[in-house]
Design a protein around this ligand. Structure first.
Ligand SMILES: [Zn+2]
Length: 93
């Protein structure tokens, strides 16, 4: 019988802002909010997109893994106060 184990663990803390456009927020303003084709702001936007993709991948992983998961409460629920709207219209698990 084929069997495999996955353990998913992601923890990165990033604080980034553009020196020239410190008020630019990729989450709120998106790509259209980038002034003058600023490469730093584009990097921030790409970083935000990567974050969204990572979140989506994480949700997908959990969705598919849940039926196979061993019943054990995840301990990483201690630092989850920021409840933002999921951008892809997915339901909470
Ligand atoms: Zn900028």
């Amino acid at each position: 019988m084929f069997q495999f184990n996955y353990k998913l663990k992601v923890a990165e803390r990033v604080k980034a802002k553009c020196e020239r456009h410190p008020r630019y927020n990729p989450e709120r303003e998106g790509r259209g909010g980038i002034k003058g084709g600023c490469s730093t702001c584009f990097s921030l936007f790409d970083l935000h997109q990567a974050r969204l993709s990572l979140d989506a991948a994480h949700r997908e992983f959990l969705r598919r893994a849940t039926p196979w998961s061993q019943l054990r409460q995840p301990r990483n629920r201690t630092s989850a106060p920021k409840q933002k709207d999921p951008p892809f219209g997915s339901q909470p698990l």
